[in-house]
Write a protein that binds this ligand. Structure first.
Ligand code: NAD
Length: 294
């Protein structure tokens, strides 16, 4: 049985690691939160006392951490995992981070004979739990062929976007569009409700009309309209505003360095930054709806 070390067992990493354990892999996880490690044990995995301990004897390492700096400090430097992993180990980073960081980490891995891919995901916590995530991979064909076999228990789609960093570029394009769609959807629902419409009825009408989009179809931001989404659970769980603001910051940096024009993404970044500044950074990103509440 393949042994997988899984670092970062949060809203996404927790259910992803649980699906790997269900899929027949031996999963050893590490997270700074003891509650997250207990949840993995209950799902059939094991926990370790450190990231280094989790990777002992592992053929594959997967990380699902908040941002670029967490990924750099996990793998690089004298204390980093690359100093101890054996050549030939497959390392998959599913965190959403800057493409530049992903390329830098990939170069450090190659220098040690380690196979590294950026494998960010789309789909949210619901898809992480259901094992229906979309993985967007950047790296060599050889690494992709091996990665696919490991990612399958967590995935509905597995794409090879191109060389190192390509997965992160595709992911950031997707999330910039998602932020724009969420901003537009919350604004439209607030306008309808302010003019006497029921939010559930309005949602159903738009879902069957030309304004239909992912946020309305599976992630309705108005409390009580859809069961099982963060909006119906006081915007707890899901995808934090702070993480969306981080992704939009990466999108803006990418746009600046490639001289691309992204006016809608820029407006969405400012809306999410404003919402975070008002103390909502730890809530799910659909809580942007509150910005438009009376
Ligand atoms: P989260 O904050 O719920 O989980 C991150 C976990 O990493 C936490 O449990 C934290 O304790 C742990 N952690 C931080 N530093 C660590 C370290 N040094 N060693 C071990 N564990 C450490 O975040 P999340 O929602 O699971 O998101 C993780 C990544 O996935 C982010 O890059 C995010 O942008 C991306 N993402 C999230 C979603 C979503 O819907 N939540 C969807 C797609 C992509």
């Amino acid at each position: 049985m393949k042994r997988i070390a899984f670092i970062g067992l949060g809203n996404m990493g927790g259910p992803m690691a649980a699906n790997l354990a269900k899929g027949g892999f031996e999963v050893v996880g590490f997270d700074l939160s003891q509650a997250a490690m207990t949840a993995l044990e209950q799902a059939g995995g094991k926990s370790a006392s450190s990231a280094h301990a989790a990777t002992e004897g592992a053929e594959v390492v997967i990380s699902m951490l908040p941002a670029s700096q967490h990924v750099e400090s996990l793998y690089l430097g004298e204390e980093g995992l690359f100093a101890q992993l054996s050549a030939g180990t497959l390392v998959l980073d599913s965190s959403t981070i800057a493409a530049e960081t992903a390329r830098h980490v990939a170069d450090a891995a190659t220098a040690k004979g380690i196979l590294f891919m950026d494998t960010p995901v789309s789909g949210g916590v619901g898809a992480a739990k259901a094992g229906t995530l979309t993985f967007i991979c950047g790296g060599s064909e050889a690494a992709f062929a091996q990665a696919k076999l490991v990612l399958e228990p967590m995935a509905k789609n597995i794409f090879h976007a191109g060389d190192s960093g390509s997965g992160q570029i595709a992911k950031i394009c997707n999330n910039m569009l998602l932020a724009v769609l969420m901003a537009g959807t919350t604004e439209a629902l607030a306008l309808g409700v302010k003019n006497g419409l029921d939010p559930a009825t309005l949602s159903e009408i738009i879902k069957q009309s030309s304004g239909s989009n992912w946020t309305l179809n599976v992630y309705n931001p108005w409390p009580g309209v859809m069961e099982g989404v963060p909006a119906s659970n006081e915007y707890k769980g899901g995808f934090q505003v702070d993480l969306m603001a981080k992704d939009l910051g990466i999108a803006m940096d990418t746009a600046i360095s490639s001289r691309a024009s992204v006016p809608m993404g820029s407006l969405a970044r400012n809306l999410f930054a404003l919402h975070a500044q008002k103390g909502n950074g730890g809530l799910d990103f659909s809580s942007l709806q509150k910005l438009f509440a009376d």
